[in-house]
Design a binder for this molecule. Structure first.
Ligand code: ADP
Ligand code: ZN
Ligand code: ZN
Length: 702
């Protein structure tokens, strides 16, 4: 049948991860198709979406006796994805050790996969809502930049970057981003900007700010969002708008780094230190690192912004390395002071209290004045475990090496690793003792206790104090988060209890006290990045207090950040007390240099999931042995550590182990990993008890 089709094209399709099928498949068609063209092609018994790829110098040979199957259809209405986008996808696949087709297809909106060319054509004919909105003459006035903002913006204007905008919380980084976006868009009618934030729940606020500023200039359709909280049709619409150039500004989470942006002129990565820029499944890419790569490749500028940069970025912007240009904005806008740190030594407090008397007094005082407080605890549920004091029974998950968390609200025990849930037993399942007790506390319990403790506290509006909770459990329903945020903004909530979700980015105006009730855990974690993450979280949480200098000036209470700790003299807290990120970073980097850890070394993890720990270890060990036996390129500069079980070693009845690889030279590690892939595939076939394996390049957590 393909006799009549003279042309051959290479198409990237998504084949099952790690399948033996190569990256590109050959298909026949009547006329040549430009690289980047979206097509539908047969794959086995199915018809799937594919992207025509650049023809390799040597097209892969077809299995003997097989004629290439014909392309089933071309998505005519969509211009081919440009070379810059294809280079980004190819680089991502290579760097993160995944199949090209998998990365390419995952980078496209899911709905493209489902629509036939006809359905798509119909959709594209439909006028986009709001597209007709004309740019109004009166743009919203942009604010006059402060001297610090002005100078940062001037540096960005005059230099190539990449830039690390090191600005305190509330220093006006977002204003600088908007200023730079305005400059970039004004410079060319085709120019586009990509602005990334770590969390979906921050995009609505950011979108509101950007929309207010830019919709009057470029129309409503010029500002679009891209994140996983959108419906598939919404995502497709945003994606098409970006691809066609109608969207001038794309706001999104990590996935937005793959948006097709032919006119890309500026990329902003806000809160660049945030761990959520690292994808945790499939291709485990870092959207921040890809943003820097993409910007350079496409000739765009890139701004990484943070009050507590990742140590990688901080080091890259040091005089020693000088890869990024560091721009500092230490002052808070409106000269609002950063909150004072109050450390409560829990060794001096009554045993077993969630809220030490001085902290409770401070919260009470604020609430009586009509001010708001934020209480942070990074653990949801009522208590992390139920315990029988008679026989020692604990609420262990039957499928994981972890406890089931007690959720009092619906009286369930839930495993936060595998999701397994059951009703709370009336008595100890082991010995029948009816007195099983929660041990430790989560946000549910804090909310309940605090509500009881503040029962008789009256606000200036003569109503009882109100405590609310915000975490993954309370915000699961669609729109719940927005509603809760609105209540806090409206002043209906006096104390907000929550997980790290409440610490991030929200511009709450009336908060004057932030408290972390149990932050110590991270100080002694086995993960070398734990102190960095704790410092960033606490700085960011502290940044929620006293954001409105006028409000604070009119009130008597100065903004405060409270920490309840058993280690009041710890170096992390000492740096935090001085709001001294540079000192913290210097101390951490000195330790990392000494220990040969990132950013002074480059890492990759190989993880194995199997029916037993032995099987997982055996696979990893065999893979390491095979690499050594084959004397793979780069091996002389790569250190392979022995396999170890993961901290939570069993999840959903699967045993997990990992093996760390480290090299002082990124290129050596990359060469080694590329050469190792075929050996890992071959090893996998020999280990029947293995469930899956994966490679994580530049892992966030070890
Ligand atoms: P960041 O992103 O660094 O936390 P924002 O850009 O959100 O800071 O600014 C904090 C607050 O200060 C916001 O309410 C913002 O509108 C305001 N702001 C920022 N820059 C200025 C300025 N130059 N003049 C007046 N207000 C400003
Ligand atoms: Zn018991
Ligand atoms: Zn479980």
């Amino acid at each position: 049948m393909s006799d009549a089709l003279p042309c051959l094209v290479q198409v990237a399709v998504s084949t099952p991860a790690h399948s033996a099928v190569g990256d590109l498949l050959s298909y026949a068609c009547a006329a040549p198709l430009a690289p980047g063209t979206l097509v539908r092609v047969p794959l086995g018994a199915r018809e799937v979406l594919g992207v025509v790829w650049d023809a390799p110098a040597e097209p892969p040979p077809l299995p003997a006796g097989m004629a290439p199957r014909p392309v089933a259809g071309v998505l005519e209405g969509i211009a081919p994805l440009d070379a810059a986008w294809r280079r980004l996808v190819a680089f991502t696949a290579r760097y993160y050790q995944r199949a090209l087709g998998e990365v390419a297809l995952a980078a496209l909106p899911p709905q493209l996969r489902e629509l036939t060319p006809e359905q798509l054509a119909r959709r594209m004919r439909r006028p986009a809502a709001g597209a007709a909105a004309q740019a109004s003459a009166s743009a919203t006035e942009s604010v006059a930049l402060s001297a610090e903002q002005e100078s940062a913006a001037a540096e960005i204007e005059a230099n190539p970057g990449p830039f690390l905008l090191f600005g305190s919380t509330g220093s006006g980084k977002t204003e600088v981003y908007m200023h730079c976006v305005a400059r970039a868009l004004a410079a060319s009618p085709a120019a586009q900007a990509l602005v990334m934030v770590p969390e979906i729940n921050l995009t609505p606020q950011l979108e509101a700010r950007f929309r207010a500023r830019f919709a009057p200039l470029y129309g409503e359709a010029a500002v679009v969002s891209l994140h996983s909280g959108m419906t598939n049709p919404q995502r497709l619409k945003s994606w098409l708008a970006a691809h066609q150039g109608a969207a001038r500004i794309v706001l999104g989470t990590r996935m937005a780094v793959f948006a097709s942006l032919p006119g890309l002129a500026l990329v902003v990565v806000d809160e660049e230190h945030d761990a959520s820029y690292k994808q945790q499944e499939g291709a485990r890419y870092s959207a921040r690192d890809l943003a820097v790569w993409r910007a350079r490749e496409q000739g765009a500028k890139v701004i990484l912004g943070s009050a507590t940069p990742s140590l990688e970025s901080w080091h890259a912007s040091s005089p020693e390395v000088d890869r990024y240009q560091r721009l500092a904005m230490p002052a808070r806008i409106g000269a609002g002071e950063l909150p004072r740190l109050r450390l409560v030594d829990m060794g001096q407090q009554p045993r077993g209290t969630a809220f030490s008397p001085p902290l409770l007094a401070a919260i009470t005082e604020r609430v009586e004045r009509g001010e708001q407080c934020l209480v942070l605890l990074n653990r949801r549920g009522f208590a992390p475990v139920l315990h029988c004091h008679d026989c020692g029974w604990k609420s262990d998950c039957p499928h994981c090496s972890a406890h089931q968390v007690f959720h009092k609200i619906d009286r369930t025990l839930r495993c936060h690793h595998c999701g397994y849930a059951q009703r709370v037993p009336r008595a100890c399942p082991a010995c029948g003792n009816p007195d099983i007790a929660p041990v430790g506390r989560g946000t549910e319990q804090l909310e309940e206790q605090l509500a009881a403790l503040l029962r008789n506290v009256i606000t200036p509006e003569r109503r009882a104090a109100r405590v609310a909770r915000m975490d993954a459990d309370t915000t699961r329903a669609k729109g719940a988060l927005e509603e809760q945020l609105a209540q806090v903004h409206a002043g209906e909530v006096d104390v907000l209890v929550g997980t790290q979700m409440v610490a991030k980015g929200h511009d709450f105006r009336r908060i004057t006290l932030v408290a972390a009730v149990q932050p110590d855990g991270a100080l002694f974690s086995s993960d070398f990045r734990a102190p960095e993450r704790l410092f960033a979280l606490l700085m960011q949480a502290a940044g929620r207090a006293g954001r409105d200098a006028q409000y604070v000036a009119a009130q008597a209470s100065p903004p405060e950040m409270w920490l309840q700790t058993w280690h009041p003299d710890h170096a992390v807290y000492a740096a935090l007390r001085r709001h001294d990120y540079p000192a913290f970073a210097q101390q951490q980097l000195a330790e990392r240099r000494e220990a040969g850890m990132p950013p002074f070394a480059h890492q990759a993890l190989v993880r194995a999931d199997a029916r037993s720990q032995e099987a997982a270890h055996a696979f990893l060990q065999a893979a390491a042995d095979a690499a050594r036996a084959a004397q793979l390129p780069g091996l002389e500069q790569v250190f392979i550590f022995p396999p170890v079980p993961l901290a939570v070693q069993r999840v959903a009845d699967v045993e997990r182990a990992q093996m760390l690889l480290e090299s002082p030279v990124r290129g050596a590690l990359q060469r080694f990993l590329a050469a190792w892939q075929p050996l890992l595939h071959a090893e996998r076939a020999r280990h029947r008890a293995l469930v899956r394996w994966l490679v994580d390049v530049d892992p966030q957590a070890i």
